[in-house]
Design a protein around this ligand. Structure first.
Ligand SMILES: Cc1cc2nc3c(=O)[nH]c(=O)nc-3n(C[C@H](O)[C@H](O)[C@H](O)COP(=O)(O)OP(=O)(O)OC[C@H]3O[C@@H](n4cnc5c(N)ncnc54)[C@H](O)[C@@H]3O)c2cc1C
Length: 378
């Protein structure tokens, strides 16, 4: 008998798992998405380190047209007055096949949905209730349809409404004290940074990351600003106050349309009370974005879960949770430290940070301990 899976949410996590499950003919997969169509967030960029690229390559990621992604060579660190402090060679984590990659999120989603779109994804679906029936789970949807499955995977993102329904309590992420502003850059005169690299500009209480998302000279910009949770926000005014006041040349970067969202993170990963129900991606744990590993970890987790499911491992829930918890701790510590050090405001601390950065980015020992065990191919 085929094993039946329901995946709730068709983001990077859910779609990656579905692509793997589809390979095994003993599995039958349905993805239930709340929206009426796939949320592509056209233009919004994403960085993927070799740890996730090596997994996507098992799904033939390299069939994406070359022009639609980029392999940056370095991460360049800049001070608020645009002086380059040092750089980190990203190629040191690459192998011939698995390279640090930047692309539009929509390109990744388009790739992941290719073999699933018509048959496996059901749109406009919201879980109303989940009931255990012997070994199986009965899912009732808000539109009065239902599905009886062997396994349920919840990958509905950081707010994970479905988690609260299943666990019969409100499980909410918390505001991490900053907002993200996103825009794109094309054809900027006097662009002060290297378009082939990732540029990280560290300011007081804020930082800006710029990187190419393809080989058409389109760049993604994300700016993180420490800020109380706003009810209403005037983005132009905020950028003027928090960014341009530190360096007027940075105003040039915010000329195109702007988008913003508050950043929410999770306190601790969530283990399900059902043995055959798993949280995946941001629904399992959401990191601060300062290590650019959220999507990469979602992809890693999907692959880990697929391997455990295909081996029909005993004690699945604990094995999955333990491995994930280890990885989360590793990434989270670094994300927190990055968050703190990217936003320093005390001149003495800034000097000390820059000194340490220069040394650390060239130290083999440090790079192996701080980054390699996260970035290296799986
Ligand atoms: C500013 C910023 C920059 C980032 N940059 C990077 C980066 O460079 N690299 C990186 O690796 N990560 C990055 N991340 C993190 C990354 O975007 C996320 O970790 C990743 O997208 C999580 O994928 P997911 O599939 O778990 O969730 P999502 O992408 O949020 O997908 C959830 C899906 O579930 C659907 N859904 C929601 N509720 C329901 C429901 N009730 N029922 C059914 N469906 C539902 C949604 O519509 C959506 O399709 C960044 C995050 C931020 C905030």
């Amino acid at each position: 008998m085929k094993k039946k899976f329901a995946i709730i949410g068709s983001g990077i996590a859910g779609l990656t798992l579905a692509n793997f499950l589809k390979i095994d003919t003993n599995f039958e997969v349905n993805i239930y998405e709340r929206e009426k169509e796939l949320t592509l967030d056209e233009g919004y960029g994403i960085q993927l380190a070799p740890n996730s690229i090596s997994i996507l390559n098992k799904l033939n990621f390299l069939k994406i047209e070359e022009i639609n992604f980029f392999n940056p060579s370095k991460l360049d660190f800049y001070s608020n007055d645009n002086i380059k402090i040092c750089d980190l060679n990203l190629e040191r984590f690459n192998t011939k096949k698995n390279k640090y990659t930047t692309l539009k999120r929509s390109t990744l989603i388009e790739f992941l949905k290719t073999d699933l779109f018509l048959k496996n994804i059901k749109f406009g679906k919201k879980v109303k209730k989940v009931t255990k029936l012997k070994e199986k789970l009965l899912i009732n949807f808000a539109d009065n349809t239902n599905d009886l499955v062997d396994y349920m995977i919840i990958s509905d993102g950081v707010f994970s409404n479905t988690k609260s329904i299943i666990e019969h309590k409100s499980v909410k992420p918390f505001y991490n004290g900053s907002i993200a502003i996103r825009t794109f850059i094309k054809d900027i005169k006097d662009f002060a940074y290297d378009k082939k690299n990732i540029s990280l500009i560290m300011l007081k209480n804020a930082h800006i990351v710029i990187y190419p998302v393809n080989k058409k000279e389109e760049l993604n910009l994300v700016c993180i600003i420490r800020q109380r949770l706003p009810n209403k926000i005037d983005l132009k005014l905020l950028i003027e106050k928090e960014i341009i006041s530190q360096n007027k040349n940075l105003g040039n970067l915010f000329k195109n349309s702007l988008d913003f969202w508050p950043i929410y993170i999770t306190k601790k990963p969530y283990k399900s009370s059902y043995e055959n129900l798993f949280y995946l991606g941001d629904a399992f744990y959401t990191f601060p974005p300062t290590m650019a590993q959220g999507a990469s970890q979602s992809i890693e987790a999907a692959y880990e879960l697929f391997n455990l499911l295909s081996k029909d491992s005993k004690d699945l829930q604990n094995l999955y949770f333990k491995k994930r918890e280890e990885r989360i701790n590793l990434v989270n510590k670094r994300s927190m430290l990055n968050y703190y050090s990217f936003h320093l405001s005390n001149p003495f601390m800034i000097k000390a940070r820059n000194f340490v950065l220069k040394k650390a980015t060239k130290s083999e020992k440090f790079l192996n301990r701080y980054l390699k065990n996260i970035y290296q191919e799986i």
